[in-house]
Write a protein that binds this ligand. Structure first.
Ligand code: S3P
Length: 172
């Protein structure tokens, strides 16, 4: 293990199924970094699944928790922050992510995304709409905001997690 002190957090953004959780885990193993999986931490603190939070309190409440967590993590360093896919959609979150450290956009094609998300039921934003056409249209709508938030992009369609991590760290 090649333990590193980056002196800042590495913030992973991208669409559902782009590989944020997998790459966060691999980065953590390779470089001895802590992972904060935003969805998981929010869900633990609320003692509810993400779909339950959406049903009980509404999406806005969930989005507020995301913003608060980004601010909380600004006091930390060497944390890989695996964001929920919707985090960059809020204008104010972009600045809060940048205050954490480097913001890395993971990208993948709609076809690959569909393969990765089709068997899970914990994503209320696409539940009931798991088609390439729907995913592509939502990706289109989000693209500009993802691009604006990112310091750089790494595509995850074909490479192994190891290769993706190496490429990512070289670009930091
Ligand atoms: C969302 C993505 C999810 C989760 C929530 C909303 C989105 O995270 O935060 O279901 O709006 O794209 P993942 O990208 O980890 O699936």
């Amino acid at each position: 293990k090649d333990k590193r002190d980056f002196g800042y957090n590495i913030v992973l953004i991208g669409f559902m199924g782009a590989g944020k959780s997998t790459i966060a885990r691999t980065l953590s193993e390779k470089y001895g970094l802590e992972v904060v999986e935003m969805d998981q931490l929010i869900s633990e603190r609320e003692k509810m699944s993400i779909p339950e939070i959406f049903e009980t309190h509404g999406e806005e409440y969930f989005r507020n928790l995301e913003t608060e967590l980004l601010i909380e993590l600004q006091d930390r360093k060497n944390v890989v922050v695996s964001c929920g896919g919707g985090v960059p959609m809020r204008e104010c979150n972009v600045a809060e992510m940048k205050k954490n450290g480097r913001v890395v956009l993971l990208s993948a094609s709609a076809e690959v995304i569909l393969e990765r998300v089709k068997d899970s039921h914990d994503r209320p934003v696409i539940e009931g709409n798991k088609t390439v056409a729907y995913i592509r249209s939502l990706m289109e709508k989000r693209r500009e905001k993802y691009m604006a938030a990112a310091d750089f992009i790494v595509n995850t369609d074909k490479k192994s997690a190891e290769e993706i991590c190496r490429e990512l760290v070289e670009k930091l």
